[in-house]
Design a protein around this ligand. Sequence first.
Ligand code: ADP
Ligand code: ADP
Length: 228
Amino acid sequence: MLIFQNVEIRYKSGNVAVSNINFKVDKGEFIYIVGPSGAGKSSLLKAIFKEVEPSKGEIFLLDKNITRVKRRQIPYLRRQVGVVFQDFRLLEEKNVYENVAFALRVIGASRKEIKTKVVDVLETVGLSKKLKRYPNQLSGGEQQRVALARALVNKPELIVCDEPTGNLDPNTSDEIMEILNKINLRGTTVIMATHAKEIVNKYKKRVIAVQDGSIVRDDIEGGYSDVL
Ligand code: ADP
Ligand code: ADP
């Protein structure tokens, strides 16, 4: 479902974040991207949802070459890829329901369709009882669950998470992992960049280790400690 072929990402500053990146992801996989800060994890993820363009190579998503898709096609692409960040990025002036509904409003879904989908996805993340809360009335873990709901509400094939547990304590991180596992079991492919050694060692998945902009390891059911 996702192929990186000889991908290089060079920023305008001349900084080469990653080079010669090759990997393939099958539908239904759960993959960790691990490695030290500055290794190139975020840059790889950003290339998937087109926040950055590769300077070399090709990226295929769902059998489509997305390397040079036109600007106007990006919104369509982004519906097929849900994205979650370390810092949640919720709309502070909107409540839980509206934060999730917003993702559907912008694509012109009907009021009825929005309600059904939002209620359903908030059930999946266990927030059915907090629809009217505002982000500042929620714990970090709850805010991340809202962000997950927002990423999932369009039923994307793929969800990309950049350090989703980076601001959370271990118990709360486990809750987020349980939800990611659940949606992965329902068929959604998950790619998650993380520093969290405990998580990578506890929930064993395929591990792609990145160092200085290169893939140094790609193991089915790898752990973290022997990465570097
Ligand atoms: P990680 O997510 O593993 O911490 P990043 O992908 O964020 O790594 O960064 C990889 C490299 O690219 C680092 O050297 C970083 O400083 C550089 N980099 C990231 N974003 C930019 C940018 N917008 N402009 C220039 N260099 C950048
Ligand atoms: P994160 O790793 O949390 O995703 P960013 O992608 O924003 O954060 O930044 C990752 C790294 O890239 C950081 O080390 C940051 O200092 C560096 N970076 C981000 N933007 C630039 C830039 N415009 N020029 C140089 N380095 C940058």
